[in-house]
Design a protein around this ligand. Structure first.
Ligand SMILES: [Zn+2]
Length: 335
């Protein structure tokens, strides 16, 4: 029994010695090898050699990340690479550098690059392209600030394309897309100054020196006299009515300045002249007025036409002569 154990022990010791020598030998070989060489990977795509890398997972991650997320700065959204690189182990001399950068560049060249950018649209038509959505927002805001006519028709969409468009900067885009709003038509403000005249029911049934001689404004028939009372009027008649057909020209009884030309309530269309020295003449119920306030007319000039406007029951001229606001009987001066 003892000798069997002894034999085994001797064998065991021989094995141990052998293994130790083997380990030392391998160690020396490894030491020599790895002091000169280092482990690397040859990268190939479809058998085409791309280069060597020291860290295949780092390189592969970089490629995967790029395929998935692209590169914002270059507007690359993602890259479609159909065939992925293969890695095979090899030993290269220690001073050999990784070629990750050039491998990466070669590999992404084999893929289809999709660019991400934004199109700015006006009425659904692509007008220009920008890099970021923030620029789109800025362009729209710019057009709003300038109150561009198309400000509400501007939108944007994200684009994924294999070619990149030329970008337009915000300032230029706003300037290019701006459309001036049509200006509201300028309506000249009619300063319709019809003037003003006294119409109070102050009567003087006598005569006064007007300082001027008057002519008849129209020829016709007297239909209502000065001072007459009528249910049609709130007070006695402040003028003289002369019937004539509509359109009959009315002449200025004397030279003077037009101080009223327009609508005057119950008088209808009326024109009034100032002859100086407080003397005014009124021509009421006209169908047409031919002179404007401020114009000077000579005696006999056609200033208006007979009509039936205002409180009137038929075409006639209502003429008044007023001196310092008091109505005088026209009949005593002109008929
Ligand atoms: Zn009258």
């Amino acid at each position: 029994m003892v000798s069997i154990f002894k034999n085994l022990f001797i064998h065991f010791r021989t094995w141990i010695k052998f293994l130790i020598i083997l380990a030392i030998g391998l160690g020396i070989i490894f030491f020599i090898v790895f002091s000169v060489y280092k482990p690397m990977y040859a990268v190939t795509i479809e058998g085409k050699f791309m280069g060597y890398t020291e860290d295949k997972s780092k390189l592969q991650n970089k490629i995967s990340e790029y395929m998935k997320s692209g590169n914002d700065e270059s507007n690359i959204a993602f890259v479609d690479i159909e065939v992925l690189p293969e890695y095979s182990f090899c030993l290269l001399k220690k001073d050999f550098n990784s070629e990750d950068e050039s491998i990466f560049n070669e590999i992404i060249k084999t893929g289809i690059t999709y660019y991400k950018y934004y199109a700015v649209l006006v009425n659904s038509e692509e007008k220009c392209y920008v890099s970021t959505y923030q620029e789109c927002e800025n362009i729209i805001q710019g057009l709003k600030d300038k109150d561009s006519q198309n400000k509400d028709n501007v939108t944007y969409v994200v684009k994924y394309e294999t070619t990149l468009k030329e970008f337009t900067n915000t300032e230029k885009a706003v300037a290019d897309l701006y459309v001036e709003k049509p200006k509201p038509p300028v309506v000249p403000k009619k300063t319709y100054n019809s003037g003003s005249v006294p119409t109070s029911a102050l009567f003087n049934y006598g005569v006064t020196d007007l300082g001027i001689s008057l002519i008849r404004p129209i020829s016709g028939t007297i239909t209502s006299r000065f001072g007459s009372i009528s249910s049609r009027r709130s007070s006695a008649h402040t003028g003289l009515d002369i019937g004539a057909s509509t359109g009959t020209p009315i002449k200025a009884v004397a030279g003077g300045t037009v101080i009223f030309s327009g609508w005057k309530g119950a008088y209808g269309k009326m024109i009034a002249l100032d002859h100086g020295n407080g003397v005014l003449t009124y021509y009421a119920h006209c169908s047409a007025l031919y002179k404007n306030v401020g114009e000077y007319v000579n005696q006999g000039d056609i200033i208006s036409a007979v009509g039936n406007t205002g409180n009137s029951s038929g075409p006639h001229l209502h003429i008044e002569i007023r001196v310092n606001g008091v109505a005088y009987n026209p009949e005593k001066f002109i008929y």
